[in-house]
Design a protein around this ligand. Structure first.
Ligand code: ZN
Ligand code: ZN
Length: 363
């Protein structure tokens, strides 16, 4: 089969590799498409998570790796001992793996498992024609009526669903999302659908236009704490919760300034460096700082698929294009590493020969 294989920093090759066979307890998925995100870009620039040179403690993978953790497709083969799937059935997955025996796993908090791993980061993933996946992390997409392209958005939406749960928004509450690209767009939609009054902030007017389409009641174009606070002050918006998705110093400073006293900040974006914060204001405003990591498959994936299906046409502007595997590096990952990606989400279709428009609605 054709697959993108990462051999090291800035070294992804499109190769012919043997089609995998599902091990007992696994299914083989024919990949419809695979979305790429900032994690793929930063691993391309310098692999931190890919176990290229040392065996991974949970997955056992060591060596060149097929990336891709945002995929959906159809069941192609069913491994020994797997029940409940039929060949050709559309499926989605959060791609999340956990050990099941550490204290966090036993408490149900598998997203912070000591050995937490992801298909496509710690074992071969979906930037290929086929991917094998443990069946217990695969969910049928049939009940949700998603198009195959829309189903590909389930994993990033599940990340947003998990962040939302960590933030505990109440219906009618004022919520600010800082950073409307990537997960911020999915979060805006999920929050709006949960009944929150969402304002989205970003430096890009294009992303803010998408945020309004996804349910933001207002948007603020700002890149620093001063600009954001001034703009919010004019609208009288005092968010009880701020989701900081940008992962930047400016975003974090803006979150601490903008959040109402007694409120909470959910840190969604992963900064590239340690961020210094004004802890005095966390103290005097009695703020809560809440982390969120990855997702919990059985809780977040079905909810993500349900949310996506509420307004399938909304995703057309988020992910308008699917590119062929051969264009992955030049048209997908490199523009992302250079901060000039055209769309919030880009899909990669391992079966297409040329770029195609996506189809988010079913006929
Ligand atoms: Zn991702
Ligand atoms: Zn664990």
């Amino acid at each position: 089969m054709r697959a993108a294989v990462c051999h090291g920093a800035r070294d992804i090759r499109i190769e012919n590799v043997p089609r995998p066979r599902p091990a007992p307890g696994e299914v083989l998925i024919r990949v419809h498409a695979n979305g790429i995100c900032g994690t793929d870009a930063s691993e391309f620039a310098g692999p931190q998570m890919y176990p290229l040179h040392a065996r991974h403690g949970l997955t056992g993978h060591e060596g060149p790796l097929i990336p891709g953790h945002e995929f959906a497709g159809r069941i192609a083969e069913i491994g020994d001992g797997v029940e409940g799937f039929t060949v050709g059935e559309p499926v989605v997955t959060g791609a999340a793996l956990w050990c099941g025996v550490c204290p966090q796993c036993r408490a149900g908090r598998t997203s912070i498992c000591a050995l937490y791993a992801t298909v496509g980061l710690h074992r071969d993933g979906g930037l290929a024609e086929f991917v094998r996946v443990p069946a217990h992390i695969v969910f049928s997409a049939a009940p949700y009526g998603l198009s195959d392209d829309a189903a590909v958005l389930t994993q990033p939406m599940a990340i947003a669903v998990h962040a939302l749960r960590r933030g505990r928004p109440r219906s009618g509450e004022d919520v600010l999302v800082i950073g409307a690209g990537g997960i911020g767009a999915f979060l805006t939609f999920a929050l709006a659908r949960s009944g929150a009054r969402v304002v989205a902030a970003d430096i890009s007017e294009d992303r803010l236009a998408v945020a309004r389409r996804l349910g933001a009641i207002n948007t603020v174009r700002a890149g620093d704490a001063l600009g954001l606070t001034a703009a919010l002050g004019q609208t009288g918006f005092a968010p009880a919760i701020v989701f900081e998705v940008s992962g930047t110093d400016a975003g974090f400073a803006a979150a601490i300034t903008a959040v109402a006293a007694g409120g909470r900040i959910v840190t969604v974006g992963i900064a590239k460096h340690a961020i210094a914060i004004d802890a005095r204001r966390v103290t005097t405003k009695e703020l809560e700082l809440v982390g969120t990591n990855a997702l919990i498959g059985r809780e977040d994936v079905p909810e993500a698929a349900r949310l996506l299906a509420l307004d399938p046409a909304a995703w057309q502007d988020v992910a308008p294009v699917a590119i062929p595997l051969e264009r992955l590096v030049e048209d997908g990952i490199v523009p992302m590493t250079e901060g000039r990606a055209k769309h919030i989400k880009l899909l990669v279709d391992p079966w297409t020969k040329s770029s195609r428009p996506t189809e988010m609605t079913t006929a």
